[in-house]
Design a protein around this ligand. Structure first.
Ligand code: M6R
Length: 607
């Protein structure tokens, strides 16, 4: 949440800052701002709304070799120009901040009873606090002293007009990296913002502080001891963060799924088997010990966790619990001995998931931790014993699409590996491997439904509510379909296990309530059919995404979309695709901002 970009250079940095903000906009788009030091003064430019509001207002006369910039997702204080970062104190100090300062009111009362604050944000306190210490200290010491006072999370970049060549940064709980260039050094919340300038990055760790000039980078630990951090080369390409001819990132990412799934299984299936080495050397720590699995995740990743629970229990016979991370972290558990913790997250920076992991990972009953994650350098990937990377490539659209299907793909690989000590036989392993290998082609043929679903969206997009139904491992897919629809088209949607309908939700079914059913050809097909009859009997209009062999036919009330999803465990991955397309096309008709839906941000790095 919120994106930070900054640069110290021999040359004008304004384009680096504006372009960087555009790449980071998916992290928040309530307001944007830039501060530079020019002619020994801090000049600040801010606008409410999208980055383009800011960049189109910038004039050609900005010429500065140092600057910080920010795109905001509002937490404390409404989206407005006053609340936009950078925040300044006495025109000396400017800061950009991602995170939450929990004790900002206490600090205000302690140090600044008579100071006028110009925003409603928690972040502004940092500018004043650093400025307060800077009257008697250099900027690094002032930032360090300020951080001793605060409680909360931060990725922070600071400029002081008295040191016009230097940026100070600090990280605790929110991501921040340094890009190493030639006569320019950079700072950003993630590598996308900088990849057109450099592929060399230092990933800061919690507690780190750093000073950055155009020619030097110095890093310090929380006690201000100088430390060194490895410079890593990134494989990101500019191409991966551009739309490449598609109208939106969301549709580009939906159509990238065959390749993304292929990349996720590549080199992990060898002779129809999945070696446990895909989990890295730490697999030995927990592999023969664990007896039960606990999965934690948020949002779409939680839906992947729910499918994982079905697969682990049904295919491998491994007892499994799945819980939303923000719930898990605040309740006490009766943990079973020898529990293996699995954290699922696209970004690997989701605050609730990370906090839940940190809360329990050193507790006695947990024998190991595995991350399923799309960002190898993320906090989650670094903090778990093993990481299974989903090779989805960068996902820019706020609505998660290819991240979800690659998570499910990685989960199936994991089920096979973990199940070796349980009920996965050689024959089952072989069959699951074949199903995974067949997925990219099957996803391609499912994507061919695009035009048909675009037509459906024409009658669907004016609805105010929708009900999604599924059973078993396809209930999480119904949930995911409902989430996608809500997120990008703002149509209220709910998902129910189809058998639960008669226990209440049937009351809201009438001719105005579209009901979307996920209907694979599996053991509960006949039960599902009966549930759908109950809907028909109440006049509800049915849109059924059904396996070719499930035996559904179009009639006055039902419209059937055939999916080539044979009766096998990977079917949930295929049934996801049409629901993503439905959400996308409804959003297009409604004219919403598909890639940046209102009130949301891609990476939720605050509680
Ligand atoms: O990066 P994560 O997978 O941890 O993110 C979790 C959720 O915030 C995320 O899946 C969110 O629900 C998506 N916007 C849904 O499309």
């Amino acid at each position: 949440m919120c994106g930070i970009v900054a640069a110290a250079s021999k040359f004008n940095v304004i384009n680096i800052l504006s372009d960087g903000l555009k790449h980071l906009e998916y992290r928040g788009y309530d307001s944007a701002g830039i501060a530079v030091i020019q002619d020994q003064k801090i000049n600040r430019y801010r606008k409410e709304g999208k980055v383009v509001e800011l960049t189109s207002s910038l004039t050609d006369n900005i010429n500065a070799t140092i600057g910080i910039a920010h795109t905001r997702w509002a937490t404390h204080g409404k989206p407005s120009e006053e609340n936009a970062h950078p925040h300044v104190a006495e025109e000396n100090i400017a800061i950009v901040h991602n995170g939450i300062i929990e004790n900002h009111i206490e600090i205000k009362n302690k140090f600044f009873k008579n100071t006028t604050f110009t925003s409603e944000t928690d972040s502004e306190i940092l500018a004043h606090l650093i400025n307060h210490f800077a009257h008697k200290n250099n900027t690094l010491d002032s930032v360090h002293l300020s951080l001793q006072e605060i409680k909360g999370s931060y990725a922070l970049a600071v400029i002081n007009k008295k040191n016009p060549g230097q940026i100070i940064v600090a990280r605790n709980g929110s991501p921040l990296l340094i890009g190493i260039g030639d006569q320019t050094n950079y700072i950003a919340s993630d590598a996308h913002a900088l990849i057109e300038h450099t592929n060399k990055f230092i990933y800061l760790e919690d507690g780190d502080l750093a000073t950055i000039t155009f020619e030097n980078v110095n890093i310090f630990d929380k006690n201000k001891n100088k430390i060194s951090r490895e410079i890593k080369k990134s494989n990101l390409s500019l191409k991966s963060s551009s739309k490449e001819g598609y109208e939106h990132f969301m549709i580009k990412e939906i159509f990238e799924q065959p390749e993304a799934v292929k990349a996720t299984i590549q080199d992990r299936i060898i002779n129809n088997a999945v070696p446990k080495e895909i989990l890295g050397p730490n697999v030995e720590k927990y592999f023969s010990k664990f007896k039960v699995v606990q999965i934690i995740a948020c949002g779409t990743s939680y839906h992947a966790a729910l499918v994982a629970k079905h697969w682990l229990e049904r295919l491998a016979g491994i007892p499994c619990h799945a819980e939303i991370a923000s719930e898990f972290r605040y309740r006490s558990h009766a943990v079973q001995k020898n529990t293996l913790l699995i954290c699922i997250s696209q970004s690997g920076e989701t605050a609730d998931t990370l906090s839940a992991l940190r809360k329990v990972k050193n507790e006695d009953h947990y024998v190991g931790t595995i991350a399923i994650c799309n960002v190898p350098e993320s906090s989650l990937a670094r903090e778990c014993d093993s990481t299974l990377i989903t090779h989805a490539g960068p996902e820019i659209g706020v609505a998660s699409t290819k991240a979800f299907t690659t998570q499910l793909t990685a989960i199936m690989l994991l089920v096979i590996v973990l199940g070796k000590n349980f009920e996965i036989t050689k024959d089952l392993e072989k069959s699951l491997c074949k199903q995974l290998q067949g997925l990219p082609e099957k996803i391609k043929s499912t994507l061919a439904l695009d035009a048909e679903i675009a037509e459906l969206a024409k009658v669907f997009s004016d609805k105010e509510h929708a009900l999604f139904l599924g059973r078993g491992s396809h209930f999480p897919i119904a949930r995911e379909g409902a989430l996608k629809l809500k997120e990008v088209s703002y149509i209220h949607a709910e998902a129910y296990p189809a058998g639960e309908l008669k226990h209440g939700p049937l009351a809201i079914v009438d001719e105005n309530m579209p009901v979307v059913a996920v209907a694979p050809n599996n053991v509960v097909l006949e039960k599902l059919k009966s549930n759908l009859e109950e809907v028909k009997a109440r006049g509800g209009k049915l849109y059924i995404f059904a396996d070719k062999k499930a035996g559904f036919k179009n009639d006055d009330i039902s419209q059937v979309f055939e999916i080539d999803a044979p009766m096998n465990p990977v079917a949930p991955i295929l049934f996801t695709i049409p629901l993503q397309l439905l959400a996308y096309h409804c959003a297009i008709i409604k004219g919403t901002n598909v890639d940046m839906p209102r009130n949301l941000a891609k990476s939720v790095t605050v509680e």
